[in-house]
Design a protein around this ligand. Structure first.
Ligand code: WT7
Length: 655
């Protein structure tokens, strides 16, 4: 199919969505947007009135790039009078599993209170940190919201992370308890409790700081899910308790801990360009307001919607658009534990038909992977309930966009690209997209409160169209992270130092002549693999821990499904042999160290690396070598040009 005409086209919003939309026209959007940036206190203050506050609801921001709230004592909004509404439909990996999981708002509230009481009885209190390492089961959201109810800072670690990554995060966050499950169901049980146990063996807890050692672990088992009982996991009496043992007797009454708007709500780790992951810290008032508001407007949420975000709660997308955003709006949504490929590549669309999903949110990488199986997997299911199709995590290529629009949405849906980050909670582009004429691949316009600027390397705002620069945001908004846990200086250096007074996203972007913003990808040493940000430095440090490796350089490489993948150049120590077995060992090492999703696609032998005379690795040259492009650009500063030919010769044939 030749898409060249279609990709250049402007896609108007579907007429059928116009009537119900919260914002009636682009002019209304412009007016609201103008107020949100010119009078943020009034704008967010009005929105805050829709929430339940114990004291005042005055919202104030200071002039610098940081928010300040005078809001007191926020309480999560379990809307009155809708206790019987379904909060979540739970859908397991096996299509036959689903019945055990539906939960109403009042049942959810009861479970949250019960679990909060259990946390309280174990001595946990406001300000403590609790790690959560669980698959996509309802207990995951119960555990996180029980923490929120008590002012305990949850630190959720995506269940795909390795034991070592989990241990790093527990130690850095000084967590005093962990909530986990014994496995993830994938046709068979993948042990997870085991990874937690490994922590004890793996990590050398510093003797002099015994408080850093997790003191309690609450092993989680759902009463209804027999399958989880199958797994034997290690156990320490007096420290570990089973979920099903303690939940039965706990009380369903639990007064929430009243929080200041600026108190921390949760932390969530994201990759850092120096290698060490950063504990991104969000606060109660700002995060709640912003997640609720973006959910309402970006998906144009309506009370009868059945909403489905496929992201894992272990990532920011799941925090915001599986848990907090939908719940704060009283929405009904789906939690899916499985994969899009089981029992076959039609699973997403089968679930959409089954629950009559109206708003659907997934990642471009999933769309690209599913496109390859052909349209029949989609078209055999009824998708007429769908109204909004959204994506997140990486730039969406026009082919994938058009397939999503034409085949999945049958040309009847608004297709919405949402750009944002763990740090920004939709500090983002895209707005009330339902009414935005879209261009395939563009993240369109800013959400309320966001002032995007395209910045030159010299720190000058670029105003002419189609010139690429750094994507930065000019003024604060409620959902901006407040600090890097335990390292405020790193927060300032990473995000505010390059262009003082602006928040630096780390992405490149340009604005076209119609004002549409196009995000072009990371401009730092991060790689976006299937929508997961990976730090090349972190992968390099995993590789050089191998006894045969002297040096490693990892670069981003294009990949048809994942968008990007990692390509690793390794220099071996004197006398060591490069072999297929070594490649496998190195790939396994990265898997073990970070997690299966981080496994590199290519590892190549590099007897030497292209470096400048001052010893800096020239990654742009390595990226060219990885794709086999002989036009490597300016190499006048390179110390030894002969390495380039050698590297071209040693490229793995499949690259
Ligand atoms: C980075 C943030 C918040 C969603 C999950 C990822 C890239 C995210 C888009 C998009 C182009 C995107 C950026 C960003 N990204 N969404 N729609 N178009 N790029 O959260 O792990 O914090 O990663 O993901 O590079 O900086 P994250």
């Amino acid at each position: 199919m030749d898409n060249s005409d279609e990709t250049a086209r402007l896609f108007p919003p579907p007429d059928r969505l116009r009537n119900e939309s919260h914002v009636k026209s682009m002019d209304d959007y412009k007016e609201m947007y103008k107020r949100s940036v010119e009078d943020p206190e009034g704008f967010w203050g009005d929105i805050a009135k829709q929430f339940y506050w114990k004291r005042s609801n005055i919202y104030q921001m200071d002039g610098g790039c940081q928010n300040k709230h005078l809001l007191q004592c926020y309480r999560p909004a379990y809307k009155n009078g809708q206790g019987d509404k379904i909060a979540f439909f739970w859908e397991g990996n096996d299509p036959a599993d689903h019945d055990s999981g539906n939960i109403t708002y009042s049942q959810l509230k009861d479970k949250i209170c019960k679990f909060a009481n259990i946390l309280k009885q174990s001595g946990l209190k406001k300000g403590d940190r609790v790690a959560i390492y669980m698959p996509m089961i309802l207990e995951l959201t119960v555990a996180m919201l029980a923490c929120a109810r008590l002012g305990i800072i949850h630190s959720i670690v995506f269940a795909g992370f390795s034991a070592e990554s989990l241990a790093d995060r527990i130690l850095d966050g000084q967590c005093s308890a962990i909530v986990t499950a014994d496995g993830v169901w994938r046709g068979h049980l993948l042990p997870k409790g085991h990874n937690v146990q490994q922590n004890g063996d793996y990590v050398d807890y510093p003797e002099e700081k015994p408080a850093q050692r997790p003191t309690r672990s609450l092993k989680v088992l759902d009463d209804g899910l027999e399958l989880y009982h199958a797994q034997k996991i290690n156990w320490t009496d007096g420290r570990d308790v089973w979920w099903h043992d303690v939940m039965g007797t706990a009380s369903t009454d639990c007064e929430p801990e009243w929080m200041d708007a600026e108190d921390p709500l949760f932390m969530l780790y994201t990759s850092g360009s120096t290698g060490k992951p950063k504990g991104v810290l969000h606060t109660v008032g700002g995060y709640m307001l912003y997640s609720a508001t973006t959910f309402k407007y970006a998906f144009d949420y309506q009370p009868d919607d059945i909403y489905w975000c496929t992201a894992d709660v272990g990532w920011i997308t799941g925090h915001t658009y599986v848990a907090y955003g939908p719940l704060n709006n009283g929405a009904t949504s789906i939690i899916f534990e499985g994969t899009p490929f089981f029992p076959d590549a039609g699973r997403f669309w089968a679930i959409i038909e089954k629950y009559k999903v109206t708003k659907f949110y997934t990642a471009p990488t999933a769309i690209r992977a599913l496109m390859r199986y052909g349209d029949e997997y989609v078209t055999k299911y009824d998708r007429s309930s769908l109204k909004v199709l959204a994506t997140v995590g990486e730039p969406i290529n026009p082919e994938a966009w058009l397939w999503y629009h034409n085949v999945v949405g049958n040309k009847q849906c608004a297709v919405v690209d949402t750009f944002w980050q763990t740090e920004t909670v939709r500090g983002s582009l895209h707005e009330v997209e339902v009414l935005t004429p879209t261009k395939p691949g563009s993240a369109t316009f800013p959400f309320f409160g966001i002032v995007p600027v395209i910045m030159s390397d010299e720190g000058v705002e670029i105003t002419e169209p189609n010139v690429e620069g750094y994507l930065v945001f000019k003024q604060p908004w409620p959902g901006l992270m407040r600090t890097v846990y335990g390292d405020h200086e790193r927060y300032e250096t990473t995000y505010f130092k390059k262009f003082p007074g602006y928040y630096c996203t780390g992405d490149g972007a340009k604005r076209d002549e119609d004002g549409y913003i196009w995000v072009t990808g990371r401009i730092d040493d991060m790689v976006n693999v299937s929508g997961h940000l990976l730090s090349t430095a972190e992968i390099e440090s995993a590789l050089v821990e191998h006894p045969t490796v002297a040096e490693a350089a990892v670069v981003s490489h294009p990949h048809k499904i994942k968008g990007e993948c990692t390509y690793c150049f390794v220099t071996l120590k004197e006398g060591k042999e490069f072999s297929d077995a070594l490649v496998k060992e190195l790939m396994d090492r990265v898997r073990k160290k970070i997690g299966p999703f981080a496994q590199p696609d290519f590892v190549q032998n590099a007897p030497g690396l292209p470096k400048t005379r001052s010893g800096k690795i020239m990654r742009r040259v390595l990226r060219k070598i990885a794709v086999g492009d002989k036009n490597v650009g300016d190499i006048t500063t390179m110390a030894d040009e002969t390495v380039i030919d050698k590297l071209f010769q040693l490229r793995p044939p499949e690259a």
